[in-house]
Design a protein around this ligand. Structure first.
Ligand code: PGA
Length: 246
């Protein structure tokens, strides 16, 4: 199982101490085989990496610029910079960045630049409420996956996070039946795009908490969770891990 904490625009240097319990958990025998990745804001990447130095917890960025070279892009950070401070993962295509203008073409470029730097990509896909209501989910997922992976070579370094955009931060999650179907569809689409994606990891994200995770984890084909709000609090994040492993 893979657990990714997405801190979004939260946290400062004082919050680093709150990570002690998760470091402790990561060292327990029972949890030795889970993969833990923290994606804090850029400003905390280095600090967090140092904090995790004697543990197996990795750090990831929440985004990167599409240009792999240095350049005149005020306020941006690229994959080369992320790599240089020991970042292992990068989230690409998050709903909030899609809302800010990231389209499949930009996402495709970002993936290529991240993979070029040997970062592991966490690619977010998912439909809006409008698309869901109009029964366009499968079509949208297909379009997002196909376009984002256009001419991408090292697809085995991509983890997929299915995050229905209407489920993020709303407290609402998909019905089990719908989620089961969507995961099956994603799996089929991935294989049709590239056979190497046969064993790709698929995570679920969107309003995951310690209550609903017990149901979601039963769904076949879900290999972990991308957690936003509930990951800000170590206790809540640990609860999610414990409830989904037991
Ligand atoms: P949420 O966010 O858990 O707060 O819904 C998930 C995400 O945006 O990745």
């Amino acid at each position: 199982m893979i657990y990714i904490a997405n801190w979004k625009m939260h946290g400062n240097s004082r919050d680093i101490e709150s990570l002690n319990p998760i470091i402790k958990l990561s060292k327990q025998k029972k949890y030795r085989n889970i993969k833990l990745v923290y994606c804090p804001p850029y400003t905390l990447l280095d600090l967090m990496k140092r904090k995790f130095i004697n543990s197996k917890i990795h750090v990831g960025a929440q985004n990167c610029h599409f240009n792999s070279e240095y350049g005149a892009f005020t306020g941006s950070i690229n994959s080369k910079m992320l790599k240089s401070i020991g970042t292992k993962y990068v989230i690409i295509g998050h709903s909030e960045n899609r809302t800010d203008g990231d389209n499949d073409l930009i996402i495709n470029k970002k993936i290529k630049s991240a993979l070029q730097e040997n970062l592991k990509v966490i690619l977010c896909i998912g439909e809006t409420l409008f698309e869901k209501r109009n029964k366009l989910t499968k079509k949208i997922l297909k379009k997002q996956i196909k376009n984002s992976l256009y001419k991408v070579k090292k697809v085995e370094n991509i983890i997929f996070a299915y995050e229905p955009r209407w489920a993020i931060g709303t407290g609402i999650i998909p019905k089990t039946k719908t989620l089961t179907k969507n995961i099956i569809d994603i799996k089929k689409i991935l294989i049709s795009v590239n056979k190497k994606l046969n064993s790709a990891k698929i995570l679920y994200g969107g309003s995951v908490n310690s209550q609903n995770v017990k149901e979601i984890v039963k769904i076949k084909g879900i290999d972990g969770f991308l957690v936003g709000g509930a990951s800000l609090n170590s206790k809540k994040f640990i609860d999610i891990i414990k409830k989904s492993i037991n």
